[in-house]
Ligand binder design. Structure first.
Ligand code: MAN
Length: 353
């Protein structure tokens, strides 16, 4: 674990009003973040809402119908396993539904630590591949364009789509770039040998292995190939799964990224403990792991990380260089947006494996 220079809860559900009638905000978390040319920070935050109404004997599951708008489905309690606070699993059919629906909202921060105002544009689910929500955006700047990977969830599975913007007001959708189930896609900040690079994280249904991180290359950001396994889960703090966290930044030593890892016994209910580790990928061939941290560099420690919708979760989703510091934006307890900072030299020195 590394010393943090500060930790600040930037946004929590109580800061916003629900968007949909009859709903409450249960999470504002897993933010994409990027520094703009004036030094301020643009954030794209996952906002998660759930129905207020309770019906005896039923669980509720919202979805966005492309024609009707928001619909709440009431699912019989006895037919569903609800041991995970996020999902309802049909006992006989095995199908999953989410207990909430997520969309994205833009925020700006002049100092990088506090949100300026809460009225930024919203990106809502629209297509049939987004009916259960838009989640966990990651932002990469290439030239004048911000490229955003977004997890799109529906009855067809958990896919990753691409969006782009130049101003955080108008957004263009480019469709699905990684088919289900695949999430935690982060795009590199520059091409290597003339090609775009991304990390992605397939979720194998035939569980030969817990979910691992992969790397892929592309000529146009839309069609991805040359897939290679990059980093598998290990023991201890990363036994349950690993996945891409922050889009990498280019350093003199190679590409530096934070990733997340979960610790949990396979049959243990709930989410487990999510920590962040660091990874250095070779600058000339990012499919080679040059170094990574032996243990987590950040683990849940402050109240807004250890308590909340999913206690004990830190989920890094963006990293910004500020002088000799690295500012990390992250989801805390699947409920809040946190920002913390490390000395850049401390992170590089921790890459000892
Ligand atoms: C997991 C969690 C949830 C998310 C679903 C679908 O259960 O990451 O937060 O809503 O996957 O992506």
């Amino acid at each position: 674990m590394l010393d943090r220079l500060f930790s600040n809860c930037m946004l929590r559900p109580a800061d916003l009003k629900p968007r949909y009638p009859g709903m409450k905000i249960i999470g504002t978390f897993n933010p994409g973040a990027i520094q703009l040319s004036d030094g301020s920070v643009a954030l794209l935050v996952r906002v998660c809402e759930a129905p207020i109404e309770k019906r005896k004997g039923f669980h509720c599951s919202p979805r966005m119908d492309p024609q009707q708008g928001l619909v709440i489905d009431w699912l019989p309690e006895e037919e569903h396993d609800s041991s995970d606070p996020r999902v309802l699993r049909h006992r006989a059919r095995g199908e999953h539904r989410l207990r909430f629906i997520s969309y994205l909202r833009v925020f700006f921060s002049r100092d990088g630590k506090t949100i300026d105002n809460h009225n930024g544009p919203v990106i809502e689910p629209t297509s049939e591949y987004e009916t259960y929500g838009l989640e966990d955006p990651r932002i990469t700047r290439l030239g004048d364009t911000f490229h955003i990977t977004v997890v799109t969830v529906s009855k067809h599975g958990v896919a990753t789509s691409l969006m782009s913007t130049t101003d955080f007001r108008d957004f263009r959708g480019h469709g699905i770039i990684f088919a289900p189930d695949n999430k935690d896609v982060v795009i590199f900040p520059e091409k290597v040998a003339g090609r775009y690079i991304a990390l992605h994280r397939p979720v194998p249904a035939m569980r030969f292995v817990p979910p691992e991180m992969w790397i892929a290359r592309s000529d146009d950001l839309l069609h991805w190939g040359e897939h290679r396994q990059l980093l598998g889960s290990g023991s201890g703090w990363q036994n349950n799964r690993v996945g891409g966290g922050t889009p990498p930044i280019a350093t003199e030593a190679g590409f530096l990224a934070l990733y997340h890892a979960a610790h949990k016994a396979h049959d243990q209910p709930g989410v487990g403990i999510y920590c962040g580790g660091a990874l250095l990928l070779a600058g000339d061939d990012p499919s080679r792991v040059a170094a990574c941290t032996e243990g987590p560099i950040m683990r849940p420690q402050t109240n807004f990380e250890t308590q909340g919708f999913a206690p004990n979760v830190v989920f890094p989703t963006a990293m910004i260089e500020r002088d000799d510091e690295l500012w990390v934006y992250y989801g805390a307890a699947d409920e809040n947006v946190g920002v913390t900072a490390f000395k850049r030299a401390d992170v590089l020195a921790a890459l000892d494996r």
